[in-house]
Ligand binder design. Structure first.
Ligand code: MLT
Length: 334
C-alpha cells in the first residue's frame, strides 16, 4: 500500500544520504578500485581487522573490490558526500580533486618504496592529509604502497620513448600523466580505471601502466605481453574516509581509525617489499610476460618527462613544494 511505499522510499533516501548506515549499524563499506589480491585489498583487509580489534567489534568493515561501488574518482565524491564510508584508490585519481597532491605524481620524483614512505610519513604527507580534507572533503587514513608503475603493452617491446610510436596507451584522467606521455611523443587515451581491462581486451588501447602487483591482481597478463621495467610514477594508494563521517565519530573511534590506518600502512610497506619480486617473476614464468629494460638507464624517459615539471608548479602550490619534496628525499632542488 502507499504507507509501505512511503516507508520504503524514505528508507532509500536515508540510505542514499548515508544516514541509517551511520546511526544504527556500524558496518562500514569500503570501495576498492582493484580486484582482490593486490595491495589495495591487503591494506583494506588489514585496516578492517585492526579497526574491529581496536573497537572491540563496534566497527566492522565490508570490502567491495573491482570498482563495484563506482570508479575510483566517483568514490571520492561519494565519500565526501557521506554516501560511502571508505575507499582505497590510486593517488593519481585523487589529484583532480586536490591538485596539490600532484607533487606525489610528478614523474621521477618518487623513485623507490623508501622515497614513497619518506614523503607520505613526513611533513609533506601530513600536508597532503590536510589539503585533501580541505579540497576534497575526504581524509587520508593510510597508504597502500603498490610499487613503481610499469608500462605494459600488447604489441612489441618498448625500451625507448620512440618505441611508443603508434601505440595507444591508456592513462588515468590525470593531467600530469597525460603530459608525461605527450613529452614522450604520443597522445595517450585517458580512461577510468574501471574501464581499463575491457579497453585492453578489445584492443581499444594497446597498453597502460601500473605496478607489477596490480598487473597481477587485475590479470592484465591475459591481455598484455610486454612490460617495460621503468619507474616514472610510484603508485601510492590512499585509504580515505569521508570527512563528515570522520568528524561524526567519537574521539575514541577517531583515535582507533587513525591508529588502524597508520598500522595498516606499515604493513602495506612490508607487504610490497616481501611480494613484489616474486610477483614480477611469476608474471614471466607463469604468464609468459616479457620484461624489457629501459634503454640507457631510462635517461631519455627521465629527461623528457621531468621537462614537464614547470607546467605543474602552479597546480601543486608553487615550485617550492616540489623543492621541499626533493629536499626531503635528499636530492637537489629542481
Ligand atoms: C589507475 O591506473 O587508474 C590506478 O592506478 C589503478 C589502481 O587503482 O590500481
Amino acid at each position: 500500500g502507499s504507507l509501505s511505499r512511503t516507508i520504503l522510499s524514505s528508507a532509500v533516501v536515508m540510505a542514499m544520504l548515508g544516514v541509517s548506515a551511520h546511526a544504527s549499524a556500524d558496518t562500514w563499506k569500503m570501495a576498492l578500485g582493484d580486484a582482490a589480491g593486490g595491495t589495495q585489498h591487503e591494506l583494506g583487509s588489514t585496516f578492517a581487522s585492526l579497526i574491529e580489534e581496536k573497537t572491540g567489534g563496534e566497527i566492522t568493515v565490508d570490502l567491495f573490490p573491482n570498482g563495484q561501488l563506482g570508479s575510483e574518482q566517483d568514490t571520492v565524491n561519494n565519500a565526501s558526500m557521506g554516501l560511502l564510508d571508505l575507499s582505497v584508490l590510486a593517488i593519481n585519481n585523487i589529484t583532480p580533486f586536490s591538485p596539490s597532491v600532484g607533487v606525489m605524481t610528478l614523474p621521477y620524483v618518487i623513485r623507490s618504496p623508501e622515497d614513497a614512505r619518506t614523503l607520505t610519513q613526513g611533513e609533506i604527507g601530513q600536508e597532503m592529509v590536510d589539503n585533501t580534507v580541505r579540497d576534497a572533503g575526504v581524509r587520508i587514513l593510510g597508504w597502500a604502497y603498490s610499487g613503481c608503475r610499469r608500462l605494459t603493452n600488447s604489441a612489441h617491446p618498448v625500451a625507448s620513448p620512440e618505441d611508443l610510436d603508434g601505440l595507444v596507451i591508456r592513462v588515468p584522467k590525470n593531467e600530469i600523466m597525460i603530459a608525461a606521455y605527450q613529452a614522450w611523443g604520443v597522445n595517450p587515451n585517458p580512461l577510468a580505471w574501471s574501464e581499463t581491462f575491457t579497453a585492453l581486451q578489445q584492443g581499444v588501447v594497446d597498453g597502460q601502466d601500473n605496478p607489477y602487483i596490480t598487473i597481477d591482481a587485475m590479470k592484465f597478463y591475459e591481455v598484455q605481453k610486454y612490460v617495460t621495467d621503468s619507474c616514472y610514477v610510484f603508485s601510492m594508494e590512499p585509504l580515505i574516509i569521508g570527512e563528515g563521517m570522520f568528524q561524526s565519530l567519537s574521539e575514541e573511534h577517531q583515535q582507533a581509525v587513525l591508529e588502524a590506518g597508520a598500522e595498516a600502512s606499515e604493513h602495506s610497506y612490508e607487504y610490497l617489499l616481501a611480494q613484489e619480486d616474486a610477483i614480477k617473476q611469476r608474471l614471466v614464468d607463469e604468464y609468459g610476460m616479457e620484461i624489457t629494460e629501459p634503454a640507457n638507464d631510462e635517461s631519455e624517459w627521465v629527461e623528457l618527462a621531468t621537462g614537464i615539471w614547470p607546467q605543474f608548479y602552479d597546480s601543486i602550490g608553487g615550485k617550492e613544494k616540489l623543492d621541499e619534496a626533493l629536499t626531503a628525499l635528499g636530492r637537489d632542488p629542481a
